[in-house]
Design a protein. Structure first.
Length: 121
């Protein structure tokens, strides 16, 4: 991975497997936006909830030229699901940012069957 990556884990024991999953997910982000400057990932266990059990919060901050993009996700019981969901959200936001940078605009096209027909009464 060419972009600088910072990983912060709070209120959880250090896990090489979790760190590797974050590194792999962050490396894939470069496919969706070519000009990522930095990536910060914060993973936190926000404590035990008396009904829902463990809660995990994941925040992914990515800087691209002229913008900072943030994705937050939380999940109960599984930190890997929270990481996956946060990186999926970041991927969608990076795709949108890259599209805007390229100057692409979305144009919705009507199907011919949906086009207004003046001959109908």
């Amino acid at each position: 991975m060419k972009i600088p990556l910072q990983i912060a884990v709070r209120n959880l024991p250090h896990s090489p497997a979790l760190e590797e999953r974050v590194r792999e997910s962050a490396a894939k982000l470069e496919e969706f936006h070519p000009r990522i400057v930095s990536c910060r990932v914060a993973i936190e266990e926000s404590g035990m909830h008396h009904r829902r059990g463990r809660q995990f919060e994941v925040r992914v901050d990515v800087r691209v030229p002229g913008d900072q993009i943030v994705a937050n996700r939380s999940h109960g019981e599984d930190v890997y699901v929270a990481v996956r969901d946060a990186f999926d959200a970041m991927r969608h936001q990076l795709q949108e940012a890259a599209r805007i940078t390229r100057g692409d605009t979305r144009k919705t096209r009507r199907k011919e069957s949906e086009a207004p027909d003046e001959e109908r009464s």
